[in-house]
Design a protein around this ligand. Sequence first.
Ligand SMILES: *[C@@H]1O[C@H](CO)[C@@H](O)[C@H](O)[C@H]1NC(C)=O
Ligand SMILES: *[C@@H]1O[C@H](CO)[C@@H](O)[C@H](O)[C@H]1NC(C)=O
Ligand SMILES: *[C@@H]1O[C@H](CO)[C@@H](O)[C@H](O)[C@H]1NC(C)=O
Length: 332
Amino acid sequence: MLLLPLLLLAVIVPGGDNEDAFQGPTSFHVIQISTFANSTWAQNLGSGWLDDLQIHGWDSDSGTAIFLKPWSKGNFSDEEVAELEELFRVYLIGFIREVQDHVSEFQLEYPFVIQGIAGCELHTGKATRSFLQGALGGLDFVSIKNDSCAPAPEGGSKAQRFCALIIQYQAICDTVAKLLLETCPRYLLSVLDAGKAELQRQVKPEAWLSSGPPSRPGRLRLVCHVSGFYPKPVRVTWMRGEQEQPGAQQGDVMPNADWTWYLRVTLDVAAGEAAGLSCRVKHSSLGDQDIILYWGHSTSIGLILVVIIVVIILLICLALWFWRRWSYQTIL
Ligand SMILES: *[C@@H]1O[C@H](CO)[C@@H](O)[C@H](O)[C@H]1NC(C)=O
Ligand SMILES: *[C@@H]1O[C@H](CO)[C@@H](O)[C@H](O)[C@H]1NC(C)=O
Ligand SMILES: *[C@@H]1O[C@H](CO)[C@@H](O)[C@H](O)[C@H]1NC(C)=O
């Protein structure tokens, strides 16, 4: 739920004429997922992300950050990174203890999960906007708006009580404000710069067609697969001539292991109407050279291949036959 706005941010359709526009991520955020199984067992998961690309993990046992890219530290010095790690380590341990101490006061029932997301994003030019949201049991709980704690409607009276409690801890609020408004924007700008070769690269998609299980007899499900592209924005449409076909179903853009993306778009048609349909892929890496795949052409290519193979086999048989005749004659 918390991630939805971020995921929506990523769905932008590139045109052929905006190659100069900034490509790649524009925000940094950390995610905390704290699971409380019972009064004695709790666990923190932490991670750091540029939009939807993960660049940090968190090792809970040692209380240290895992830097997934050589440039994940931006231009922060080792001392500053160590200070931040120490801050997060103390915070995460303290968080579990404080929550466990307030379980009965807030009428929480085991097991429950607390999720937090906090970070900053580029706005216009060099300006940035910071955000922090917390969720309890998958529902929005509180957020920081304009430097103050705002209870979410779904959080009810518990969230109001939480905000009333937290403003009494002035030192914590000051630290959070400094991290969000000063440290995060400085880090974001420097990590976008340090990783720009990888973050702003262009990788062309591969595309292929297949048929999926038909919805009912007499229908065909055409599937257009597009994989291996970066950055994420892509436009995949089923076309008849220049006419975009309505009713195509777009899947989620799924991550590949190598920081590229995968998408499938399906179209359900009557079996007789598949001929002449094509899948068109527009992506910034392709410039104006859209990939266009025609349904049915793959089978005619298959047919040509079969014919070529049969002809080659016949030629080999013929050559063998001649060779045997020729060797018999020389022996005789
Ligand atoms: C608490 O939860 C953990 C993890 O699910 C489990 O291994 C442990 O036995 C539980 N302890 C109690 C006292 O229920
Ligand atoms: C945000 O805070 C500033 C200063 O505290 C105040 O002037 C402004 O009106 C607030 N904006 C909103 C939308 O609450
Ligand atoms: C790190 O990068 C930020 C943003 O680009 C910049 O403001 C800051 O001066 C840099 N710090 C150092 C030590 O280079």
